[in-house]
Write a protein that binds this ligand. Sequence first.
Ligand SMILES: C[S@@+](CC[C@H](N)C(=O)[O-])C[C@H]1O[C@@H](n2cnc3c(N)ncnc32)[C@H](O)[C@@H]1O
Length: 311
Amino acid sequence: MTVPADQTELRDIVRERYAAAATSDRCCRSDADTCCASAVITEEQKAFFGKSHYYDQDRASLPESAVVASLGCGNPIAIADLYAGETVLDLGSGGGIDVLLAGRRVGPTGLVYGLEMTDEMLDLARQNQAEAGVTNVQWLRGHIENIPLPAESVDVIISNCVINLSGDKPRVLRESARVLKPGGRFAVSDVVADSNMDDATRSDMQAYTGCIAGALTRDEFTDALQAAGLTDITITETHRVHSAAASAIIRATKPGDTSDTGAIARGPQQETAAACCSTSAQATCCEPSAKGECCDSEIHAAGACGCSASG
Ligand SMILES: C[S@@+](CC[C@H](N)C(=O)[O-])C[C@H]1O[C@@H](n2cnc3c(N)ncnc32)[C@H](O)[C@@H]1O
């Protein structure tokens, strides 16, 4: 099947494939490695997508069905440096793994929205949320091309292997810029295509729903982020996912006054305390003795900051 030119038709096919993935993941909870994600990615691709990108401690903290349902190509939680009290939006939240982990990072004073178009994924995410016992999250049914949130309402946008699936990626990035607060951060994992990706791959619908064929090149991504008004753009390749594409960490910032962002409200101690590392890495690397200094108000919130097992 070839990739249709019509965006509605394209979106419907993507939705059908991910609905099938959500349903199959739910059936296959006890045998994840053999059947997870078979509706959207090939056996070969399973090595590059999904749960392997997460820290053991994070995986162990979630219900198995949330981990199994992971279909991303990276770990946006590890790159976003979330702070207590922040408002986060996950574009294409799927079974909810990143929303649930982000909910724990931002703690009881923060909020995480999971935006998703596929009802079966939203059902799965709600079920995973109930099992995980994370309460500071809200699921939004909708499209990433038309984000159902007011302007300047979000501190951080995360996403894991979703923007490549959109039929209108520049619009997704403009919408992202609209809902970010001034000073807000865009920190996503996505697939970036080599400039020489061949036409056969580009037009293959299986490669499209598998997050390869629709990927922007690095230059296209940069241009679209710039056109959306975002700055400080970096695109860092992490691992190959195809002979003509790689997974990448994509970061950008919305320019402007940063006084209203959670990051600034939290203060600069995260960067300056010698024993502190990024929030995402604290789970495994900060010294227990530094927990109070690093974690600040998160110190008593289970799972919200690192060192909780020993600190
Ligand atoms: C590759 S999966 C990734 C899911 C999740 N981020 C993860 O890491 O497991 C892509 C998800 O994005 C959703 N999606 C794709 N296109 C979308 C769109 N235009 N608007 C909203 N959701 C979309 C799909 O339904 C699917 O759940």
